[in-house]
Design a protein around this ligand. Sequence first.
Ligand code: B12
Length: 470
Amino acid sequence: MRVLLVKPDNPNVYKHGPQASIVYPPLGLEYIAANIDDIADVRIIDRRTKSLNLNVFSKIIEQFQPDYVGISVNYSSQIYVSHRIASIAKTYGSRTVVGGWHPTLVPSETLEFKSFDIVVRGEGEITMRELIQSDSPIGVAGLSYKRNGKQIHNPDRELIDLKHIQSPNRQFRSASAKKTYNFFGFPVDSIETGRGCPFTCNFCCIPYFYKKTYRRRANQDIINELQSFEIKKRSSIVFIVDDNFIVDRKSVVELCDAIIRNSIKKYFITQARVDTIVKYPKIFEKMADAGFFYLFLGLESFSDQTLEKLNKRIGFSQIKLAIKILHDLGYIIQGNIILGANIEDTNQDLESTIEIAKSLDIDIPTFSLMTPFPGTKLMEQALKEDLLLTKDWKDYNWSVPVLKYQNLSSDDLNYYLTKANEELLSFKKAMSGIKRFIRSRGLSYHTSRISPVDIFNVVFQILKNLKTLL
Ligand code: B12
């Protein structure tokens, strides 16, 4: 059995701002690969590598003749590119399987595309394995498929015990893929330590996907993975992709201790919540000792009333305090702010959001427009109150207005998004964050983590992307 796994490109996103210079490896597909590579001949191709246009892709399919082509559709905005990829696969007689967040959240609608045969709902490791083993979707939990023009939705699959799945297989990366995965020029890898989040923010689909649960992997498995050749030798930065890294606090501290004890000298990046920083600053001190240096914070809004409406369960005073705590520890902060986070927002509210953002010391502020993804409370509300401007998924990328506001037009939202990016994303500000970080941790901390070649690559990358970074 031959299986080709495909990571589609990301159209229409990140033309500007820091994310334009970051590409992480396709961790979800590497998990799938690891869990089927003993029963199938597997390949992964990543369409985000520049060399892989659709002609090259067709040639690969023609030569490999896969029985199954599995496509990862994590972002709703990727559904049409994924359809194009699947259509090509079908002309060569492959069965097409789509997995990831978007198909899981709207399986029936996804199956309406002629090109998609099967949807894997939720976590794909065991479901895909059973599909390949039986070479049929009948009776496999977690699958939706078409038969004689009718859709069949098998029962959901139980959430996986994370101790019983194979770690991701990173051996399937092509030479150009290896070059593509980078964080501002630094070789980067991704790892997952847990799945889910106990919070229920109204714009987030995680509670739906993971059924409001949180599961964590065993720390020894994470350490083993960090010590694998691909991560140990090939990357200086490790991105922990978890939605919320600090849920089981004891386990996080034990992991940091184990990283230090095992002399795993890496720089780590992850996402954290503002309230956790304020309540447990000691954990962030420990994380800094272990190599954590860059944190993504979902700040969302500076209005307590709006934060409450989002069910974010943080307040503006916590945001200010969290920034101070992290800066005292030398962290670089990327903070995301949602423009129009309250459907009642006015021009004045957006003006003041931008002004407050300027007054806060966020090293890399990023802005998005409020977007109701399937599977969220926000989408429920938008459908009930007829607030959707469009249901064209290609626009659901957080930078195109898709909601109707009482007091704001789409032009207003576009104007403020551009203004926020232009006035706040500053190379100078980011550099001062980097300088603070370098100074705060001491020379030996850095020299043990970074090679001169990496430094050269980063400087080269920054100069190359100066235009998009500014
Ligand atoms: C890390 C991450 C990122 C990284 C990029 C990671 C990458 N490699 O591309 C960054 C920070 C850049 C990012 C950016 C954005 N992200 Co993001 N991101 C995530 C996050 C937290 C983890 C993804 C991950 O690696 N998971 C770990 C792996 C192991 O899981 P997985 O990929 O889901 O794969 C599993 C299953 O989905 C399934 N599966 C997936 N693909 C396939 C394929 C097949 C064939 C099969 C069988 C199964 C299968 O099986 C896998 C194993 O169980 C997810 C939430 C989450 N918990 O997953 C959000 C998430 C995917 N992101 C989201 C969003 C909205 C965005 C942004 C638009 C946000 C913004 N403000 O800019 C951007 C857009 C990115 C883009 N299009 O380029 C949404 C997507 C919603 C939607 N319907 O579109 C999510 C769900 C977060 C959320 N709560 O809303 N993101």
